[in-house]
Design a protein around this ligand. Sequence first.
Ligand code: SF4
Length: 366
Amino acid sequence: MTGIYIHVPFCERKCPYCAFYSVPKSGQLVDKYLDTLVREMASVKDNVQADTIYFGGGTPPLLGAENIAKVISFIDKQIDLTSPEITVECNPNSITPDALKALRSAGVNRLSVGVQSLDDGELRFLGRLHNVLQAEQTIENALSAGFENISADLMMGIKGQTAAAVEKAVSRLEALGVKHISVYMIKTEPGTPFDSDAVRASLSDEDELSELYLSVVKSCEDHGFTQYEISNFSRPGFESRHNLKYWLCEEYLGFGPSAHSYFGGVRYRNADTLDGYSSPDFGRVVTDPSPDRAEEYVMLGLRLNRGISLVKAASLGFGEEWREDAVSLAQRLGSNELCVFDGDRLSLTPKGMLVSNSVIGKLIYV
Ligand code: SF4
């Protein structure tokens, strides 16, 4: 089954750490965006079967619940949908109780809330437009609107953040009834206002980050959120079905400016500005005409707690000789507590996830 991703490129104000494509909203730009989106979705000629829709951004609720409902019903006409998980990302300052009710009535059944922190000082540092009270109220309003499947994003890495603070935030999210937590380490992306020495000096160093990460994993597990991916934790049965498609190398169609797709064996992306996206071919560029299936399986699969099968990686293209070398490497990684290995399945431990890039590189080029 394919996943459908819709990139909504509007934000009220740019957060200083954010490198995603977004622009301030205006009526004219929303019309231009929706016209192109409908044209792009109508251009899908294949008989696509999908079971997830994910509205990301940007700040999707800025489109208005009515427009989101129209997009969902357009997708429903174009694409064969089977019990879809429909997620909308939102910010606490950008969604009212009525809008939440309208989204729920439109079939949206999962909400991803950009909580980011449960500390007002940290929210100010992050340049966010909401405070802790608004974040908590949004979750409560979402529950009242009938959302059962609510995810909260948290950002980690501000200097001074402690294991106790992490524990408190996770415990609060549990008490609020959240079912899924995504934790991101703050990055100083090139070209953003956060890309400065002053900001870097306010962030945790590598050792502090490692400690924080291990406290996140422990706190989440202690509060019943099982880790299923490097940055993602959920109550049983509340894993993000859409995001799992990325890590399991399944197909997805991305619509909207800067959206990526993996479809028909090809990886491609749309132009990353609204102007480029409005061109006849959506500014589409093929980024990988023939993805290396074995390499992608190892690279993406090791992000997941379920890990990978070395037999499968060998059969996807790495071959038997690679598998034999990979078995020796996995045994060494296991004795250093970086992975769990049963002779075929290999999965990283939280300690291994801290150095996942290096482990993955070693395994692919073993
Ligand atoms: S609201 Fe989200 S997408 Fe928009 S600028 Fe902030 S972090 Fe980026």
